[in-house]
Design a protein around this ligand. Structure first.
Ligand code: ADP
Ligand code: MG
Length: 248
């Protein structure tokens, strides 16, 4: 049994079967990559784990609880944090403020409904936010306005916004998308450090260099169907995987 057990997920958009009987087991403390050509269903699957989408059928069990039907903030409070494919940061706030917001949100539930909540425990949360910025090597930029960051730094800010929630499972949707090679390599090193702390991560990634640098287990999706799940060495030469990439 893993920390995340997913079985028989089906999801359609109109006439399109985006996910077709998807099964997935993520073991505690591992980095599990989900790969596949564009449009394979990777983001859709992730959205089913965080309550943004409800699959037509299927089971998503996380750490002993069923996530199907839970609201995004309830899933978040259960210990699942997510780093989005498109950065969702607060551009005109400082980095420190950006990282404090998800910490409050996790503690208080949906922060949109709690705007009036007094900033209880603010100094403690400020400390945790600084620690999360240090984890992504951006403590020296804590006072900068988020909009002024490079694209790579915005992605790392988002990572801090996930880490500050002290999740049991961190979901990352293409954490190096749009990054130059040097930035990608820095992010790989960072994610390796984070993984070494024992945090379980599910990472959706296009870049095979990133996948093979980090993943201990790989699930390959093509047209909504799992065509392979194995350790990286076995995925590399898998004929179905080669076909999906070359043919896709
Ligand atoms: P990936 O992340 O692997 O690139 P997605 O999960 O984004 O793929 O998309 C899988 C398929 O579902 C694609 O064909 C995409 O166009 C379609 N799709 C995704 N989201 C929606 C939506 N909200 N409405 C309609 N079709 C969608
Ligand atoms: Mg996607």
């Amino acid at each position: 049994m893993g920390i995340l057990n997913v079985s028989s997920i089906n999801m359609h958009f109109g006439g399109l079967q985006a996910l077709n009987n998807v099964n997935l087991d993520v073991r505690q403390g591992t980095v599990h990559a989900i790969i596949g050509p564009n449009g394979a269903g990777k983001s859709t699957l992730l959205n089913c784990f965080v309550g943004r989408l409800t699959p037509d059928t299927g089971v998503v069990d996380f750490d002993g609880i069923s996530l199907i039907g839970l609201k995004p903030h309830e899933i978040n409070q259960a210990g699942v944090s997510r780093v989005f494919q498109t950065p969702e940061i607060f551009g005109d706030l400082s980095l420190l403020e950006n990282v404090m917001i998800p910490a409050f949100a996790k503690r208080d539930g949906s922060y949109r409904q709690n705007l009036w909540a007094p900033l209880r425990g603010e100094s403690k949360i400020r400390e945790r936010a600084m620690a999360a910025l240090a984890d992504v090597k951006m403590a020296d930029k804590a006072g900068m306005i988020a909009n002024t960051l490079s694209r790579g730094d915005k992605r790392r800010l988002e990572l801090a916004m996930g880490l500050v929630q002290e999740p049991k499972l961190l979901l990352l949707d293409e954490p190096t998308a749009g990054m130059a090679r040097a930035d990608t390599n820095a992010t790989i090193a960072l994610l390796k450090e984070i993984s070494a702390t024992g945090l379980t991560m599910v990472i959706i990634e296009h870049d095979m260099h990133v996948v093979f640098s980090l993943a201990e287990r790989i699930t390959v999706l093509a047209q909504g169907t799992v065509i392979a799940e194995d350790e990286p060495a076995k995925i590399k030469g898998h004929p179905k995987v080669q076909e999906a990439y070359l043919g896709g």
